[in-house]
Design a protein around this ligand. Structure first.
Ligand code: AMP
Length: 422
């Protein structure tokens, strides 16, 4: 029978690669803890209107990339294409806005977009998200970017570029849209999507992926020239703080990000090694979003790291777990009985331990241990059992010695600790 394959654009993450993913997530969790961010675990499915209302109906995501379907009750639901809207939904639904201070959350998990699959672009992909709700202070913008930088630094990522822009407030955007519209109508050659967008949502033309549109946009007006005084001040304070903390950034006057809700600071982190899909992370401020979704007029700031892409640029050596596992090779029935207890004792002492239940030959068990990547093999036969001894073999050096069974646990723990210290 023909094998059933995974859905196009969706991939399996297998060991040992999955261990690198865990390492990335553990590293991010540790940094989030230091900055006071706490985890949200939210559903993968949301009501479709949540995304339509927040991301914007003319964005690529809402117009053509959502996995939307009618459930058995007749409701339109959508697999989340991004996290910010649902974080705000959960924030409001659970009344988390109560009390003073910035509310800080992080979230990790899959997002879904029906895009054309290619390297770095999947239909199910993973994000690490961070959202800070309740302050418009430019210090928050800078701190969140600093935190992102800390995560990327701990992951030993290099050759990254931080691109920053300010999208201003709705008033600045009105002014800018008017100027942009004039420009868009004064040029010919836009793609059919942009011909429509220049009427209804001109900002979206700025993130068009078509090469001709990108070329035409090179002489378009820039947002910075439309910023009001307050937005200008906010923006320069963010830049000053980034400089103060030694973060290299580049101003990117045409950066708008593909979602409608951004205001003021917007940024992206790119990695040249990624090629065409080079953004590893992106984010910014969304001051009108909470109100737009029916809540109070609270500002917000956040980012999303694209975990799939991050792993593609993660140095090969990073995040590989040092293998310190033990394999117990039992020869004969009574040795197997003794090993059943021993393997549990080793696990109880924090050592990863495995054994074979199928009565394989010593040779077969040794090659199994090798395949499993065991660091040490403890061999127990009838003769050793009678003498109260067990043979410990170092799989790296090939040397082996006989020790008391009673001492196996402490001996292995010492070996593991000694290696860890190296
Ligand atoms: P966005 O939510 O569009 O701002 O994207 C944030 C980050 O998610 C991007 O910088 C990418 O790293 C990642 N990302 C977005 N779309 C995809 C996709 N289809 N496949 C893989 N990663 C993606």
């Amino acid at each position: 029978m023909a094998l059933i394959r995974a859905v196009r654009g969706m991939k399996d993450i297998l060991p040992p690669e999955s261990e690198r993913w865990q390492w990335v997530e553990t590293t991010a969790r540790e940094v989030f803890r230091l900055y006071g961010y706490r985890e949200l675990r939210l559903p993968l499915l949301e009501r479709t209107e949540l995304f339509a209302r927040s991301i914007g109906t003319d964005t690529d995501i809402v117009a053509k990339e959502m996995y939307t379907f009618i459930d058995r009750h007749g409701d339109s639901v959508t697999l989340r294409p991004e996290a910010t809207a649902q974080v705000v939904r959960a924030f409001l639904e659970n009344r988390l806005e109560k009390g003073a201070g910035v509310k800080k959350y992080f979230l990790m998990g899959p997002m879904f977009r029906y895009e054309r699959p290619q390297k770095g672009r999947y239909r199910q992909f993973y994000q690490i998200n961070c959202e800070a709700l309740g302050s418009d202070a430019p210090e928050l913008d800078a701190e969140v970017i600093l935190m992102l930088w800390e995560i990327l630094g701990r992951l030993k990522l290099s050759n990254l570029r931080l691109l920053v822009n300010s999208l201003g407030c709705p008033e600045c955007q009105e002014d800018f849209k008017a100027k942009l519209k004039l420009f868009l109508f004064s040029r010919e050659g836009w793609c059919p999507d942009c011909l429509r967008r220049r009427e209804v949502n001109p900002l979206r033309v700025l993130d068009c992926k078509s090469q001709t549109c990108r070329e035409l946009l090179k002489t378009a007006p820039v947002l910075k020239d439309s910023l009001c005084e307050a937005c200008s001040r906010h923006y320069s304070r963010v830049l000053t703080l980034l400089e103060q903390f030694g973060i290299d950034f580049e101003e990117q006057p045409r950066l708008v990000r593909g979602l409608d809700y951004y205001t003021r600071t917007a940024f992206e982190v790119t990695a040249a090694a990624l090629g065409a899909q080079d953004a590893v992370a992106g984010g910014g401020r969304y001051n009108g979003l909470i109100r737009e979704l029916g809540g109070p007029d609270l500002p917000g700031f956040g980012f999303a790291i694209g975990e799939d892409r991050l792993l593609e640029v993660l140095p090969e050596a990073e995040g590989r777990s040092a293998d310190q596992s033990v394999f117990l090779a039992a020869l004969g029935r009574s040795a197997l009985e003794r090993c059943l207890t021993l393997v549990q004792e080793l696990r109880g002492a924090g050592l990863a331990a495995e054994m074979d239940f199928d009565g394989r030959s010593l040779k077969a068990q040794m090659s199994l241990a090798d395949r499993l990547g065991a660091r040490w093999v403890a061999i127990l036969g009838d003769r050793e059992l009678a003498a109260g001894e067990i043979v410990v073999r170092d799989m790296k050096s090939g040397s082996q010695e006989s020790i008391r069974i009673m001492e196996l646990k402490s001996a292995l723990k010492n070996l593991a600790a000694a290696e860890e210290g190296n």
